[in-house]
Write a protein of this length. Structure first.
Length: 555
């Protein structure tokens, strides 16, 4: 029976009328046979990997070639195979640059900026003073640099790893953007593509898989490319794509079994987009379980979001919020009948997670997940309360609640619980209460979501967004509100970079999900998650549908 048949028909409900999924049953076509990785593919990958490792080890640390090789390996998306080798190399490069910094005669901007970016990416603090030699007495970058396209591009990419107070990198960003934009039309195709992609999305704030897929295409057109490296990157992407397709096929089947069309007709069908999010956090072959778990919690978050936003009444939401906090089957009778299937999915998910964590000796993690679920569901009720009472809160009050409704902290804790690595209680406590990276990630997600969703939200009976709150509190225009939101987002990225450089007691794998969750929302151009017919559809096609190699060439 259609669950909505059990709904009180006297209530007028603002159905959102979302478009149906652009994917439907498409990924069911990727059967286990089609996604099987052949023994020849595995063998060839291992052979190529060893040859690339040899290149990496044999190239001298103090050479430009080593920097370029590491950068290329990272951009092509295969650096996860060589984490320790790259870590050791960058450590040596950093140590050497620190020893020689007083006699640094490196006048090549491209090399200096590349070294700076790679070293900072590996969490070593290299001073931005290395760029002073490229400035004039007035602190501005030298005009002679405007002809050095690769140098400008390298400096532009490096500037995105800036922290607070690094004026020289703020100047670098303005300088490089201005000149890269103006020279675009005059460049050859390969360089034009690199500049164009960088201006759309710099490497540091882009999703690693998207960087890899696009760079494979660009790298192929660079005359000096290494055939071995290109072949390895393509085969590796092809194999990972098979794994991702198989997981998408299994998750589509799980989604169909939920009977979503009948049980949640008020909700967006965003299974594939949720999987893209999960893959954006963890793309490696060893993270299949993590991707499935993250996809499922994202599906639950999305349906719950639509329930609170666009369908249920406030009086129905109060007992439902209590039921989620109790997280117990006995709460089922207290909620409206049409809400029960969603509550059951939530209980099943939590039960499955608890069993998995207990089996792995990680029962403490359940405690942190439960705290975040309760904070998240309470924040939804607060939003529903504001909407019911017609309240547009002050900006700070709005942000305090809305950084929870965006559900990123819940997602982040979920990512850490399924990371398959030990995380101490002290690290969890630091992440939740002391870090800069978590509040920065929440703020980036909330403000970016509010900017891109603002026009869309105005067409529905929705609660206030940061844009409305700002306009009302400061008597500002919509444009002024956007500018302030963008300023706060830029500062939040500096907070993320600060924790990467200075929170040395925290392993990188703990910080990385937060960085990746910021990147995922950062690449959206419109309200792509809700209306994923354009940019996000193209991106998903690029990663999961289109082939990176001729299937006959890899066995």
């Amino acid at each position: 029976m259609n669950q909505l048949a059990m709904v009180n028909t006297t209530i007028t409900r603002p159905l959102a009328n979302y478009h149906s999924s652009v994917w439907g049953n498409y990924f069911l076509s990727y059967t286990p046979q089609l996604t099987e990785i052949s023994s020849q593919e595995k063998r060839e990958l291992e052979e190529l990997k060893e040859k690339v490792r040899q290149m990496l080890v044999e190239t001298p640390n103090n050479s430009t070639q080593k920097l370029v090789l590491i950068d290329t390996i990272q951009r092509l998306g295969v650096a996860y195979h060589f984490e320790n080798d790259i870590k050791t190399s960058i450590q040596n490069i950093f140590d050497e640059s620190e020893q020689n910094k007083n006699e640094d005669n490196d006048d090549d901007l491209c090399v200096a900026a590349l070294r700076f970016r790679l070293v900072r990416r590996e969490r070593h603090y290299m001073s931005s003073d290395v760029f002073k030699k490229f400035t004039s007495d007035d602190g501005k970058f030298k005009e002679s640099l405007t002809k050095d396209v690769l140098g400008l591009l390298s400096l532009y990419e490096a500037a995105h790893l800036r922290v607070h107070g690094e004026q020289i990198l703020e100047e670098a960003l303005t300088f490089t953007i201005t000149h890269l934009k103006s020279m675009g039309p005059k460049l050859d195709n390969s360089l034009k593509a690199q500049v164009s992609e960088a201006l759309i999305q710099p490497i540091h704030t882009n999703v690693p898989r998207v960087v890899a897929r696009k760079y494979i295409r660009i790298y192929e057109t660079i005359e000096s490319h290494d055939d071995l490296l290109l072949k390895f990157a393509k085969l590796d992407f092809h194999i990972l794509q098979k794994i991702h397709r198989r997981e998408l096929s299994e998750l589509t089947r799980w989604w169909k079994d939920l009977d979503t069309e009948n049980k949640y007709p008020y909700a967006r069908d965003k299974l594939v987009e949720c999987y893209f999010w999960a893959m954006g956090v963890y793309f490696g072959p060893q993270y299949g379980h993590a991707r499935r778990t993250i996809t499922k919690i994202m599906v639950i978050i999305t349906i719950t979001d639509d329930l609170y936003d666009a369908y249920a009444t406030y009086d129905e939401l109060v007992p439902y919020t209590d039921a989620v906090e109790r997280c117990d089957i006995s709460a089922m009778d207290s909620i409206s009948p049409y809400m029960r299937p969603l509550y059951q999915v939530f209980l099943d998910y939590f039960d499955e997670m608890e069993k998995e964590l207990t089996k792995n000796g990680k029962t403490d993690y359940v405690y942190y997940a439960k705290i975040e679920i309760n904070k998240w569901i309470r924040s939804y009720l607060k939003e529903a309360e504001w909407l019911r009472d017609g309240i547009i809160p002050k900006c700070e009050e709005y942000k305090k609640n809305a950084t929870l409704t965006v559900a990123v902290q819940l997602l982040l804790i979920t990512c850490l619980t399924v990371a398959d690595k030990f995380i101490s209680n002290e690290t969890f406590e630091w992440m939740i209460n002391e870090s800069l990276i978590v509040p920065a990630t929440l703020l980036i997600n909330r403000l970016k979501d509010d900017i891109i969703g603002h026009e869309h939200e105005q067409q529905r009976e929705h609660g206030a967004s940061f844009i409305e709150c700002y306009m009302k509190e400061y008597g500002a225009s919509k444009q002024e509100a956007y500018v302030d939101a963008q300023r706060q987002i830029a500062n939040a990225w500096k907070d993320i970079n600060t924790d990467y450089l200075h929170a040395t007691q925290v392993p990188t794998f703990v910080l990385e999900p937060a960085l990746n969750l910021s990147r995922l929302v950062n690449i959206l151009q419109e309200d792509d998650f809700t209306d994923s017919k354009n940019f996000l559809k193209d991106t998903i096609t690029l990663l999961f549908v289109g082939s990176v190699i001729n299937s006959t060439s890899c066995g």
